[in-house]
Structure formats: C-alpha cells, structure tokens
Design a protein around this ligand. Structure first.
Ligand code: ADP
Ligand code: MG
Length: 349
C-alpha cells in the first residue's frame, strides 16, 4: 500500500508539452462522438440528436484525498468514477472526460504517470474518452479538476426533481463501506506513523478498503432500469452520505420521507468493521459518504418490476412536506434526518 520509491524524473525536465505528451500517449478512443480529442486547441464532439450532459468536480489534496494512504493509480481511477457517477445519476451515459491538474514539484513524472494509468484504466473500463485538459504547477500539493460529458435521449433523463408522495425510495448496492474503508486506512496509517516497520493490517477488510480506494460507478444500474423497464421519478448519486442525498430529494420536491433503519443495505464486512471501530453502522450509512451508489424514487406501480432485483433495496417512501424527513429506528422510534445524519440519530442510537 505504501509505495516504494522508484525512478524519479523531475517534472521540470520535460516541460508542460513533454509532460502532456508522456501522460496521454497510448490513449484509445471508444466513442464515435469523439471527433477530435487531445492535441488541438479544443476537442470536437458530435452527439447527433442526443442531449448533452456536463458535470464538473474539483478534488484537492488534503481535503478530498490524502496521498499518505491513497496510491496515485487508485486516485486516478477514483477521480474518473466520482465524476462520471454524476452523469449516471441522470440516467445518462458518460462519453468523454477532461482532466486538469496542478501539481507541486514534489511529484515526479513517474508518480504523475501512475495517476494517469489509473485514469486510463477507468476510461477503458467505462468506455469513455479522455479528450483534453490543462496542466499547471501548484505551490500546495495536487489539485484535480475533472469534467464529464455524457449523452442521453431527452425522454430518458432523470432529475432530482420529479418524486411524488408515496413513491418508494430505493438504493442500489450497499452503503457505508467506503466510509469504513477510510477509517481502517486512517487507523493503519496512524500505526504506520508511530512505527513504520509494522505492516498494516488489512485482512478481512478488503471489501471496505476497495470501496474507498477503488470505487465503481453505478453503470450497471442503468442497464437494470432498461431491462426491467423502469424510469425512476427522481434520482441522485450517493456521494455525501445517504442523509444528505435524501434531504436533497425532499428539498427539490417539497416533500418529506420515511426511511426504515432496518432496511438500510449494509455489507457484513462493513458491520464487522463497525464493531471493531465501535461505530454505529446506520450512522456510517447516513453520514459516511463516497458510496457512489444511486438513490432513486419509483412510482408504487413499478414495485412489482423491481422487487426481485437483489441489487436494489427499498428503504422507505416519500411523504408530504408536513410529515418531515424521518427515519424509523429498529426500535420503532421516529427520528428526524439531519444533513449530517448524526446528531438527532445519535441520541437515540
Ligand atoms: P493550451 O495552451 O491551448 O491550453 P495545452 O498545451 O495546455 O494547450 O494542451 C494541449 C492539448 O493537450 C489540448 O488538447 C489539451 O486539452 C490537452 N491537455 C493538456 N493538459 C492535459 C492533461 N493534464 N490531461 C489531458 N489532456 C491534456
Ligand atoms: Mg493548457
């Protein structure tokens, strides 16, 4: 996990042009819509009759990621996933990305290339094209700005707005794992700092660590919608913790909701990590974040179509605004959901 030092070519040796050329060599394109990619003053795209979706993310070293326990290859992969997950959350397909980076001179060409290896892996996996970016130096570590472009037919696009009272609230996959992965990584890093000779203990935590370091974007969910012929009434990706996303959906639709604590999908490894670290799994789900799953609402009449989907969990339903955003605990208490998920919940947990 903690990388060895290999050859280290200072970035100033190549200059901006040389760096871009080195990093973006061997890039293959997957999309017909990418007419002109890296190498000109602008990229040229052709989407024919489709609508175009655009989403941008900024990632700052020390705020969004810590290079002490995040390998650069994983960071590159994750940066792409984080960015394209917003396009999937609109029920659209990501097609291209641009990446702008600023790095300080502590980075070598080889380490920056590791970051690009991760980016290219993600591009290959999700069949998207890296079509441009910008490169600059920075005085304070690494800054990454990414823009994802996607396309969809107008009729398929799903917004955060569109939910109605009694619509079911559904999530994909399981939640809270990435947050626990981060807690484990932090714990092992603290041990490493006090004694660098102690090997980190990741045994039994592979899944949660993978969810933190190498998350996947919710692409397969779109094909499930397609297969079962369901179009959600509203949708959002779960990046900041379930509580925050549920409140966004409520707010955008002027509605309330009821969630059931007992219905939150939690992987056994997440449960185990919670026991080890003495954390409440439901709090990890509500406030943790970085799940990159989807939260969506569906009309009650569509329930039959999704009820046998293992990958989906119905966690509650929408209500009228007056009823507030509430979760019913396993003990049957009705508790308000707050942006951090914590406070109100903790008192009753
Ligand atoms: P300009 O001077 O017009 O900003 P650049 O020399 O920065 O042009 O970029 C040249 C080409 O390389 C452009 O196609 C640009 O999109 C691409 N590019 C620049 N930096 C990156 C990067 N970090 N990753 C991917 N492509 C990049
Ligand atoms: Mg430039």
């Amino acid at each position: 996990m903690f990388q060895e030092r290999k050859t280290s070519t200072p970035l100033e040796k190549l200059g901006e042009f040389g760096i871009i050329k080195y990093l973006t060599q061997d890039i293959n394109y997957h999309q017909f819509s990418s007419i002109i990619g890296i190498g000109d003053d602008a990229a040229v795209l052709d989407f024919k009759e489709n609508k175009i979706l655009v989403s941008t993310d900024l990632l700052i070293e020390g705020i969004h990621f810590n290079l002490a326990y995040t390998p650069l290859k994983h960071l590159g992969y994750k940066a792409v996933v984080v960015n394209i997950s917003d396009i999937y959350a609109m029920n659209a397909k990501p097609t291209q990305i641009t990446i702008s980076i600023a790095v300080s001179n502590k980075f070598s060409l080889e380490s920056l290339n590791e970051f690009y290896v991760g980016i290219k892996m993600a591009c290959k996996h999700y069949k998207i094209d890296l079509i441009g970016g910008d490169t600059s130096s920075s005085n304070f570590g690494m800054i990454i700005s990414m823009t994802a472009i996607g396309s969809a037919y107008q009729k398929d696009i799903v917004l955060r707005k569109g939910a109605a009272p009694n619509d079911l609230l559904v999530v994909s996959g399981d939640l809270g794992a990435a947050y626990l992965g981060l807690q484990i990584l932090k714990r092992e890093y603290e041990v490493f700092k006090t004694n660098p000779h102690i090997q980190p203990e990741y045994g039994g935590y592979e899944y949660v660590i993978q969810r933190q370091l190498k998350p996947e974007a919710p692409n397969k969910i779109l094909s499930i919608f397609n297969t079962v012929d369901v179009k959600p009434s509203s949708m959002i990706d779960i990046s900041d913790g379930l509580a925050s996303e549920v409140l966004q959906i409520c707010d955008m639709n002027n509605l309330g909701c009821r969630l059931f604590e007992g219905k939150l999908p939690i992987d056994p490894q997440t449960q185990l990590a919670c026991e080890d670290l003495q954390l409440n799994p439901s709090i990890a789900v509500l406030s943790g974040g970085e799940d990159y799953e989807l939260l969506f609402s569906i009309s009650l009449k569509d329930y039959e179509k999704i009820k046998y989907q293992d990958y989906f969990s119905v966690i509650g339903y929408m209500t009228y605004l007056e009823e507030g955003a509430k979760i019913i605990t396993k003990e049957g208490q009705l508790v308000s959901i707050t942006a951090q998920g914590w406070d109100a919940f903790l008192k009753h947990a």
